[in-house]
Design a protein around this ligand. Structure first.
Ligand SMILES: *Cc1c(COP(=O)(O)O)cnc(C)c1O
Ligand SMILES: [Zn+2]
Length: 426
């Protein structure tokens, strides 16, 4: 295993703390696939499903050979992954996709997929003797980092956009004990500050620029392929912000095909919010130009104008014959209301994937009969304020198409009785 620059090909040992190549390029973890082809098999991963404790019970570390071999003795893990793959006839009908599954990454220990990357990144940080860990975050990376740093015994610093972080995420980060800084500016500005301070102070960065985090996030793809008995779906649909998952999924699928775990690769469809759509714009120009934007969307987890993983994400789309689509905040919040009312629930950014599938079916880019896995990236409870504002009609530019009202009463039996009766007739 080594690190390799995606731009110039220079390699680095994994025992060093390097965030970027000397040329500025992003780094990939490169595995010895020729050896892995002889040593790993789907049945070996299936046998591990019965393990109930220790690192191999984690839906990340079950795939350790494909992620971070040799780390099993020193992992910081909380049995990540193993999240539900839901089928919902009601939602499938609303979306128009008969073969729709929802992979709920909000069911990870701190409520988002970030835990899958964090367990691997934190393990590497400790393995190389990092003194402290830092990140810039729209909230979920911060909560995850704060939890794993506490458990791994490392000081943690997070930078977040002031006023731009959902209540669940900010409170988690403070509660887990990270040093929390709110920057008057947007995520992209916080990210710039982190890059500079990491180099000048030599501290360990756990943004998705970190190649070990992306190795951990590959396990979302492995986990869902395993749940489908290694029969690849036609599509995997996911929201795109910093494009870490887009990068990770492409790499996971490339390796899964190469190692013979699946016969053919699913196509990726990445969904961006219309107000935070630099990847979509670049896709429309066949990736000839990339122009950052000033991001604006209700889905704060994907409110990112200058995604750090852009070059790797392009590679993922090209390699899987993928597509990039955009959806409005209205479409995102209506899709969220439908996911929530199906009893599954998710945070706004996650619903972009469901809104995206619906749009891609309507425009004929995905066929109604295709098998589609949409990724739900974060838990419903992450952003309770936006949920209530939708149902109360308080979101600007969003009309609640599927509102559910809470009724305040004085507490008489008659009032409750009449409400019960309306429930029974409907
Ligand atoms: C981080 C995050 C995203 C964006 O993922 P990227 O890998 O940065 O594209 C989407 N949804 C949620 C809930 C997130 O926490
Ligand atoms: Zn380089």
């Amino acid at each position: 295993m080594k690190l390799q620059c995606v731009e110039c090909g220079v390699t680095y040992p994994t025992s060093e703390i390097v965030v970027r190549c000397m040329c500025g390029g992003l780094l990939d973890v490169v595995h010895d696939l020729a050896t892995l082809r002889q040593t790993v098999s789907a049945s070996q991963f299936d046998e591990r499903l019965t393990i109930r404790s220790g690192p191999l019970a984690s839906g990340v570390w079950r795939f350790a050979e494909l992620i971070f071999p040799d780390a099993l003795s020193c992992v910081v893990s909380a049995a990540e992954g193993n999240t539900n793959l839901y089928a919902s006839p009601r939602l499938a009908q609303w979306v128009g996709a008969e073969g729709l599954f929802l992979k709920h990454e909000g069911e990870n220990p701190t409520g988002s997929f970030k835990d899958r990357g964090m367990t691997v990144g934190m393990t590497h940080a400790r393995a190389v003797g990092a003194r402290a860990v830092v990140c810039a975050s729209t909230g979920n990376t911060a909560s995850s980092l704060a939890s794993y740093a506490a458990r791994g015994g490392l000081p943690a610093l997070v930078l977040m956009p002031a006023g731009g972080v959902a209540a669940g995420k900010l409170s988690q980060t403070v509660a887990y004990g990270a040093r929390t800084i709110e920057v008057r500016g947007d995520f992209d500005q916080a990210m710039r500050l982190i890059r500079e301070v990491a180099v000048s102070e030599n501290i360990y960065v756990l943004n998705s620029i970190n190649p070990f985090r992306l190795e951990g996030q590959k396990s979302i793809a492995f986990d869902l392929l395993q749940q489908l008995n290694w029969e690849a779906p036609d599509w995997i649909v996911l929201p795109g912000g910093n494009l870490g998952n887009t990068a990770a999924f492409g790499k996971a699928l490339r390796e899964a095909v190469d190692l013979g775990l699946i016969r053919r690769s699913p196509r990726l469809a990445v969904i961006q919010a219309e107000g935070a759509n630099p990847f979509y714009r670049a896709f429309r120009q066949e990736f000839q130009h990339f122009q950052p934007v000033i991001a604006k969307t209700v889905a704060s987890a994907i409110k990112i104008g200058n995604p750090v993983n852009y070059p790797k994400a392009v590679r993922s789309i090209v390699q899987t014959n993928g597509i990039v689509e955009q959806v409005t905040d209205q479409e995102i919040m209506d899709a969220k209301a439908q996911v929530d009312a199906a009893g599954i629930g998710c945070e706004p950014a996650s619903a972009a994937s469901v809104a995206g599938v619906r749009k891609l079916i309507a425009t004929g880019q995905i066929n109604r009969g295709d098998r589609v896995v949409a990724i739900l990236t974060g838990h419903l409870l992450k952003d309770p304020v936006t949920t209530m504002e939708y149902h109360q009609g308080k979101l600007s530019d969003v009309v609640p198409t599927y509102p559910n009202h809470s009724t305040v009463i004085e507490g008489t039996l008659d009032q409750v009785r009449s409400i019960v009766r309306t429930l029974l007739v409907s």
